[in-house]
Structures are given as structure tokens and as C-alpha cells.
Design a protein around this ligand. Structure first.
Ligand SMILES: Cc1cc2nc3c(=O)[nH]c(=O)nc-3n(C[C@H](O)[C@H](O)[C@H](O)COP(=O)(O)OP(=O)(O)OC[C@H]3O[C@@H](n4cnc5c(N)ncnc54)[C@H](O)[C@@H]3O)c2cc1C
Length: 285
């Protein structure tokens, strides 16, 4: 029997493995570890940032979400995260915007460093071992993969979410957790582009608007429920860019988006600015 079995060798599973000290086995469903880390931060892996925990928590949306994350972030703040990575041999660099990356600017270095930390402890990573069932029996866990059965005193379930299933996170972990009695909140996409029905702006794909103001309305309502500011990108099937990605978790099917096509923070001021510009130009020519 193992002391601990970690299910899933992604960011969380590798981090857990690198922090444990006794008799641990890691089961990974695919043939590779850390596949999502490799595509993170544009292939460079934005590890953390230099913001303090209070400010960092405001980035996660409403208070309920922030409160959920608070204990974790209070336990391991951004400064200690950087120190921890440095302690296992990963040199980091802080960009002017406060984002922290590996000095190599390669996500692969992060995966290699985590893997080395795990190998140094002589922990085994078993590839192509998709876990299909976890049961709790007489104070320990029975873990069934597609081919083998294991037992352990503790289980760490780090199977990721449901986005980018090609990286291994296919959502199968939710059923495993549910089977153990955990409640799963309904899943919703976040940090995603938006696809638009009968999209008329395909020819604009690839063009962006700097600091666009985007107002969000629920279908049939006149009062906007949210307003965002930031760069906006037209794609072949809809819109993307920071202002969409950052607010996408609040968007529902059939919402209406009202987009300004000039840099704008306040529509009224912008209107005055444009009228004044028109007057100046008409005087000039
Ligand atoms: C395009 C993109 C860019 C991103 N950029 C950043 C960034 O710059 N900075 C940042 O902090 N975050 C970034 N993220 C988010 C970050 O990658 C994720 O938050 C992180 O990878 C989640 O880690 P995880 O361990 O929970 O899940 P994952 O990394 O998805 O790992 C889950 C692992 O579990 C395995 N698994 C799944 N089911 C089973 C099963 N039944 N049995 C065994 N194994 C299983 C999977 O194969 C996978 O290896 C980005 C995400 C994306 C998609």
C-alpha cells in the first residue's frame, strides 16, 4: 500500500508530488506529464505575479470566488511561490507588468524542474494509467486504473478541469470526486473567446480595437449588467481579446454585446471628443 497516490500529473499533481516526502505514486492518464503547463503563458508559463494576496484575490471575480481561494493563497502567496520554485532550481524573471516567468521563457523548463524534483525523491510516475474508480474501504483507498488496482492511505485528486481535453484534462475527475461524495458545482466556461450566431464581421478577422468599451446585456433587457474595457479582437467566428476573455465567465447564451470601435472609457466623453474633433477639422479644411 502507498502512503499517497496522486491522480493526474498536471500542474497541481506535479506540485504536490514535488512537495511530498513519503512513498508516493503518481498516475497519469496520458503518455506525457504537464501538457497544459506547456501551452500556458504562450508556451512560456506565467508562473505567478508580484501582486500581494489581497490584490491578487480581486482578480478572481466576486467575493464568493475570492473567499473560496483565500485559504490557499494565504497559505502560499505569490512571494513564497517564487521562492519555492527557486528552491527547486528554477530561476525566474519578473516582467515590468509584474508577471513571473522562468528565465528560459520556456514552459518546458518548468515541467523539467518539477519532474526532476519528483524523480529525486524516487517517486514513480505511471503513464497511460487512467483512473476510472476510487473507493474508500476500511480507512484506505482502492484506486482502479484501466489496467491495474492500487491502494493507498491518502489520495490527491489533481485531474484538472474540462478545457483543452487534448492535454488530458477530459473532465473524468469530476465523476471520481462525485463518487466519493463530493458535490460538483455546474461547470461553466471561463477565459474563453465568444462565438456569435450569424456573425457578420468575418471579414474583420484578425483586426483588433485598442481599449474598446464593451457593454454586456442579457437577452431582452435594456440595462447592461456589466461593462468592460480592454483590447478586443475580431475572429472568424466571434470576438476575443482580453476584454472578452476576462469577462467571459459571466456571459450567458443569447447575451448581447455592444462594442465601441474606438478606444473609449466613457461613451459620453467620447461623443464630446468626437464632436470637438469634427468642429476642429471642419474649421481647418
Ligand atoms: C491556453 C492556456 C494558457 C494558460 N496560461 C496560464 C499561465 O500562463 N499561467 C497560469 O498560472 N495558468 C495558465 N493556464 C491555466 C493552467 O494551465 C491550469 O490552471 C493548470 O494547468 C491546471 O492544473 P491542474 O493540475 O489542475 O490540471 P491539468 O494541468 O489539466 O492536469 C490534469 C492532469 O490530470 C490528468 N488526468 C485527467 N483525468 C485523469 C484520470 N482520470 N486519471 C489519471 N490522470 C488524469 C491529465 O492528463 C493531466 O495531466 C493556462 C491554461 C490554458 C488552457
Amino acid at each position: 500500500m502507498y502512503k499517497t497516490i496522486i491522480i493526474g500529473a498536471g500542474a497541481a499533481g506535479l506540485f504536490a508530488g514535488a512537495n511530498l516526502n513519503s512513498d508516493t505514486l503518481i498516475l497519469e492518464s496520458t503518455g506525457k506529464i504537464g501538457q497544459k503547463i506547456l501551452i500556458s503563458g504562450g508556451g512560456m508559463c506565467n508562473l505567478t505575479n508580484t501582486e500581494n494576496t489581497d490584490m491578487f484575490l480581486t482578480r478572481f471575480g466576486d467575493k464568493k470566488r475570492a473567499n473560496f481561494l483565500k485559504p490557499s493563497l494565504l497559505n502560499l502567496g505569490t512571494k513564497r511561490t517564487i521562492e519555492w520554485f527557486e528552491s527547486i532550481g528554477l530561476e525566474t524573471v519578473i516582467r515590468d507588468d509584474g508577471k513571473v516567468f522562468p528565465v528560459s521563457l520556456k514552459a518546458q523548463t518548468v515541467v523539467n524542474t518539477l519532474q526532476r524534483a519528483i524523480t529525486e525523491k524516487n517517486f514513480l510516475i505511471k503513464y497511460n494509467s487512467k483512473v476510472i474508480k476510487i473507493e474508500k474501504k476500511q480507512g484506505h483507498f482502492i484506486i482502479k486504473s484501466e489496467r491495474e488496482t492500487y491502494s493507498s492511505q491518502n489520495v490527491i485528486l489533481t485531474t484538472g478541469g474540462k478545457s483543452f481535453p487534448q492535454t488530458g484534462s477530459d473532465g473524468s475527475g469530476y465523476a471520481l470526486a462525485q463518487n466519493l461524495g463530493h458535490k460538483i458545482v455546474p461547470l461553466k466556461p471561463a477565459l474563453t473567446r465568444v462565438l456569435i450566431d450569424n456573425y457578420p464581421f468575418k471579414s474583420l478577422a484578425g483586426n483588433s480595437v485598442r481599449n474598446s468599451m464593451v457593454e454586456f446585456f442579457r437577452s431582452g433587457e435594456n440595462k447592461r449588467y456589466m461593462v468592460g474595457n480592454g483590447d478586443l479582437l475580431f475572429t472568424h467566428q466571434g470576438v476575443s481579446g482580453p476584454v472578452i476573455l476576462d469577462n467571459s465567465r459571466f456571459i450567458e447564451n443569447r447575451d448581447l454585446l455592444c462594442i465601441t470601435l474606438v478606444p473609449c472609457n466613457n461613451k459620453e466623453l467620447k461623443r464630446e471628443e468626437l464632436i470637438n474633433l469634427q468642429i476642429v477639422l471642419s474649421r481647418k479644411y
